[in-house]
Write a protein that binds this ligand. Structure first.
Ligand code: SF4
Ligand code: SF4
Length: 189
């Protein structure tokens, strides 16, 4: 930056062009840098995704810009990234609207595709507990894994990981998959 007649000459690196750019300006306003704080513990407890800078990350930047991947959790303001107050307010309106949409329902329809544990087969190895990205399975008072179907997102990871084959995913059970494969291969073999 250097003084010029009636203003300033400012040179900066344009991160899109990847090269220095010079502009003539009347005024230069600098905003203080921001770093996310305290998001790691919250993200760990709530199983929330964060970007590489540590800010909370929405489920989809265009289709679900204030929804987190976890149902019923919404993000706005500087928890999401550095932004102006006007942007934070607009995003807060959007998040409140999304939350109101959920709360206005007298009943919630859940997906029928959820994982279920057969307790007799469970060896309490904890693999499902650690592999579930949403933190759903837990070891219950009987010492076996238990999955709350209201919280399960039906991703199937625990069913694939369980070494004892104690977990089945509704509508995608092993027998159903094998029957489909048999039917498919019957026509080609
Ligand atoms: S991975 Fe299978 S055997 Fe291990 S705790 Fe979970 S349900 Fe039980
Ligand atoms: S199906 Fe996915 S979301 Fe459901 S308990 Fe298993 S790993 Fe977790």
């Amino acid at each position: 930056m250097e003084a010029a007649e009636g203003g300033l000459n400012i040179t900066f690196t344009d991160h899109v062009l990847g090269r220095p750019v010079s502009v003539r300006a009347d005024l230069l306003g600098l905003s203080a840098g921001m770093r996310p704080q305290d998001t790691d513990e919250l993200a760990s407890i709530m199983k929330l995704a964060r970007n590489t800078d540590g800010y909370l990350m929405e489920a989809h930047v265009k289709l679900r810009p204030v929804d987190m991947a976890a149902d019923g959790v919404y993000v706005c303001g500087t928890a999401h990234g550095p932004k102006l107050i006007t942007e934070s307010i607009a995003q807060a309106y959007a998040a409140a609207g999304r939350a109101a949409t959920l709360l206005a329902q007298s009943e919630l329809a859940l997906s029928p595709v959820t994982a279920r544990v057969t307790p007799e087969l469970c060896a309490a190895c904890l693999i499902c507990v650690y592999s579930c990205p949403y933190g759903v399975p837990r070891i219950n008072a009987d010492g076996v894994s238990e999955i709350d179907e209201a919280m399960c997102r039906g991703c199937g990871i625990c069913a694939a990981e369980c070494p004892a084959k104690a977990i089945q995913l509704s509508w995608y059970e092993d027998d159903q998959i094998m029957s489909q494969l048999d039917g498919l291969l019957e026509g080609v073999m």
